[in-house]
Write a protein that binds this ligand. Sequence first.
Ligand SMILES: Cc1cc2nc3c(=O)[nH]c(=O)nc-3n(C[C@H](O)[C@H](O)[C@H](O)COP(=O)(O)OP(=O)(O)OC[C@H]3O[C@@H](n4cnc5c(N)ncnc54)[C@H](O)[C@@H]3O)c2cc1C
Length: 705
Amino acid sequence: MIRAAEACACPIEEVGPAMAVSCPGQFLLFMSILESFINGRCDLADPCNRIKSRDQLDDSYDFVVVGGGTAGAVVAARLSENPQWKVLLLEAGGDEPIQSAVPSWVTAYWGRNDTDWRYYTEPQEKACLANGGICSWPRGKMLGGCSVINGMMYMRGHAADYDGWAVNGAEGWSWFDVLPHFLKSEDNKEIGSGVSSQYHTTGGLMPVQKFRYAPQFAHDVVSAAIELGYPPTSDLNGETITGFTIAQAMNDGGSRYSSARAFLRPAAHRENLHVLLNAMGSRVIIDPLEKKVTAVEYIKNGETKTVEVIKEAILSAGTLNSPQILLLSGVGPRETLDKFNIPTIQELPGVGQNLQNHVGVQLSFRLTKEPDVPVLNWATAMEYMLNRMGPMSGTGMSQLTGIVNSRYAPSGGRHPDIQFFFGGYYATCGDGVVPDDVKVKEITDKKEISISAISLHPRSRGYLTLQSVDPTQPPLMQPNYFYDEHELDVLVEAAQIAYKLANTTIMREKYGMTPTEGYGSECEGGGLSPTPEFFRCLAQHQTAPENHQVGTCKMGPRTDPMAVVDMQLRVHGIKGLRVADASIMPTVPSGNTAAPTIMIAERAAEFVTTRYQQAKRTPAELGNRFGHPSDSSANNENRPGGFGTYSQENKDDKLTDNETNKNHQWDQRWKPWDKNWHGWHEWQNKANSDWHKNNPQERSQRYYD
Ligand SMILES: Cc1cc2nc3c(=O)[nH]c(=O)nc-3n(C[C@H](O)[C@H](O)[C@H](O)COP(=O)(O)OP(=O)(O)OC[C@H]3O[C@@H](n4cnc5c(N)ncnc54)[C@H](O)[C@@H]3O)c2cc1C
């Protein structure tokens, strides 16, 4: 039963390109029908809250945010909470397609020119050899950026990651400092059922919870890991940070929440927030004498235009584009700028350097007792169409993850260095047919699943630079995968763990799990018990390059010659310019990077807000600068991150030593997690004393609570 489009409060407009064409030909009819159904649902299309691109811009804005991705959507939404500020968000792509809200269609927008930057690395000597050494790096090119094409997994990384940042110069970014900002955006729907209020909170703009559906096989892998001796955990962001679990994800009501959906759409009707889609920021224009940003240059419909910046420009174009924009603006290593005849405004050798990414080996297994029946059919589609349940409401095996220590991990166990990701059981494409039992028995193909074993603490460092002064050309990306062989050492051990997992009783007896025959035949020493050399070779051929690129606009003090931004994310030496996205991370955290990026964006907005403190005014006093004095967002004294008590505007643009401390005081006025915060200290003591106990029996019972 296909239902007609619903009558929503606002008419539904089809947004973004169709997804059905990304499925192979035989699936097209069924997928097109399904897609037209999805397009007509109010909860998925969300027509009343969609962001409208402006036809006309004002000449100037207080803040111009370049890049409306994971971080940029948050920054623009937060800054526009102040109705006195005019904010412009420039995004190179369009709005997020309606179908991207369906969790199981996670890969539908990869590899397409209209929704993915389709970046590729320089040829690698030791990685991605099965693809001629070229690794593919998908990046979301639309409002929400990578948060529209990612797996939605909600991982924060570990306390040791952030403490490491702080110890190495990023003062004010220790775990103690960043945790409140993770919590600020979080609306965790499962507190008390799998996750604890000691680590999570409610009330933020991003809904976080497990998907409504996970394949039985994913649950069984968790059991297999317990059989291997890994501690049961229902929350790798909680007390037990190692083990395997079905992770929480950024979703609600059976659909994806990108950062644009969570943060920007609630701000869609603010008149002080202008969004220009399909507009590529090409340069920041900086007065060379004052070294102050005056305007942002952008390209729209082939025309180059500028918009004046009154207070600040904020680059949120991501790890691969924010440094590109800096270089094009004359900020970066002098030799690069000279090579491309770009006048040097500020020499910053670190721009584009320190490129880091997680890297892994992709393993392939067959489940010889599971016929390869497509997961997506009429029955499973109906579950989603009627109730937003079933396989379409999840990401198959991708929602499962595991984090463990290799023997190379720092002692103490609080900074594990291997993560596992899984692939398979996807409800992406199908032809609708529900096979009966007889047909299923006739199917001879067996299910294939993949395990990517990832090194979380890579030592190899790459770089990014220009290959052209044309801003529409991609930058040159050199990750130098496996330049430091440490990653290969870790991956050998990680792959051995994956093989042990496949050989547990439940995996063997229930699923007949076995390494895929012929996979990795380019490497010697394979088979059921491969040699370490086989895994080293496999990692270099079947590389899992991950999508957690960070570090190209590294945060650090002025004394660090490679630092690009200071601890308030201001570009060193330039007034009125910040970078707020994954590029500022000094090192990649031990986990997925979307939640840390949102945390960074939250902090960036708070730094800006604190810097330009406004006098407290009543909504009536706020004046009519934007023609709507009673915008409800003006009256937000009690809202998290809102602004209630401000002193007069701070004229001093210098870094003040205790600004970070001021932020903390400010946070404490609104933060709703005081209870948890105190719990945190208790936990720290408890966790440390409990660490070696590891009683699987007791923990196993707790896991199923
Ligand atoms: C396929 C994939 C799967 C992933 N899975 C997960 C996961 O499950 N969990 C997780 O935590 N992390 C995951 N990640 C990583 C995570 O999504 C990213 O680290 C994070 O989203 C990066 O955010 P960002 O704001 O730095 O960049 P982006 O989200 O990429 O935002 C950059 C934005 O800027 C725009 N832009 C770029 N250049 C310009 C320009 N010149 N002018 C205007 N706009 C511009 C882009 O179009 C984009 O919208 C995944 C990433 C990918 C690609």
